[in-house]
Design a protein around this ligand. Structure first.
Ligand SMILES: [Zn+2]
Length: 68
């Protein structure tokens, strides 16, 4: 089975099997349009925020602290 991108380019099967609906160049463009929110965790690493509620209470300077 062959998959085609919106630009008419064929999508390599391995990529299509992963669920991608775009060819590599189009996927690159789409990926760059998607913005992520990255926040630093207190004394820890940086994490991407997918859920707005995760932002509540992670301020290290008190407030409504919520521990994970
Ligand atoms: Zn394309």
């Amino acid at each position: 089975m062959k998959f085609y991108c919106i630009c008419g380019e064929s999508i390599i099967p391995a990529r299509a099997n992963l669920g991608y609906k775009t060819c590599l160049p189009c996927g690159e463009v789409a990926a760059k349009q998607h913005k992520h929110t990255i926040v630093p965790m207190h004394k820890s690493n940086y994490i991407p925020v997918f859920n707005r509620q995760d932002l509540v209470g992670i301020n290290s300077k008190g407030g409504n602290q919520r521990y994970f």
